[in-house]
Design a protein around this ligand. Structure first.
Ligand code: GDP
Length: 206
């Protein structure tokens, strides 16, 4: 189980499969760079961004799912730890951001389903909502997608959200972390913080 969580009463967590661009997004979002080592095979811990004086932290949870050179058992453990962390801190977590790879996610989901497996992204999305955490799916790498609307509609279908995606803009946020285009995510986070009466934290997501 992960250790070292700062004692903060409010939190926004970022979860996602490895290689979806979560580190890139965190850098873009916070302006902070973490040296994650980047070495496959090393079980990574959460990165807590709690430098501000407010009773708040962003948390970047370790990536799960397929990682080259990492054993199945290790990958499963990381995922279990992520799930446990979220369950344990569900009361403090104001919003969960599920980062997915907009270029690859639909194909990966379909491949898993064809094999009779529950895809990680779909599973995480439902899990976060089941524990009562308002969830935003940050669909990253949209710069690599030709028809973004079509792709987002396909994703909505896989997640059980009736298309068109535009009616879910508090839940589905198309972004390109690498290009610095993340405004739809910031906007969705502002909405969720506002709905929870936490306008005091809006400064973190402007
Ligand atoms: P993480 O494993 O989820 O933390 O992923 P990283 O942030 O390390 O990114 C994985 C790869 O995806 C890197 O090569 C990034 O440069 C690339 N990447 C991240 N965001 C984007 C994006 O918005 N567009 C594109 N085309 N590539 C991206």
């Amino acid at each position: 189980m992960f250790e070292g969580r700062p004692d903060r009463g409010a939190e926004i967590v970022f979860v996602g499969r490895s290689n979806v661009g979560k580190s890139t997004l965190m850098r873009e979002f916070t302006g902070h760079r973490f040296d994650t080592g980047g070495k496959p095979g090393v079980t990574r811990s959460p990165n807590h961004y709690d430098w501000a004086s407010e009773d708040f932290t962003f948390t970047d949870l370790p990536g799960f799912g397929f990682m080259e050179g990492v054993e199945e058992e290790v990958r499963e453990r990381i995922k279990t730890d992520v799930v446990r962390y979220v369950e344990e801190h569900a009361d403090e977590i104001l919003v969960g951001v599920l980062v997915i790879d907009g270029k690859a996610a639909v194909d990966i989901i379909d491949r898993h389903e064809e094999r009779g497996n529950v895809p990680h992204d779909v599973e995480m999305f439902h899990f976060l909502r089941e524990v009562g955490i308002p969830t935003v799916v940050a669909v990253n790498k949209t710069d690599k997608v030709d028809d973004v609307d079509e792709r987002l509609n396909a994703l909505c279908e896989r997640l059980g959200l009736a298309p068109p995606w535009q009616q879910w803009c508090d839940t589905v946020a198309p972004i390109s972390a690498k290009r610095g285009r993340i405004e739809p995510l910031r906007e969705a986070l502002r909405t969720h913080l506002h709905e929870q009466g936490r306008d005091d934290l809006l400064g973190f997501v402007v």
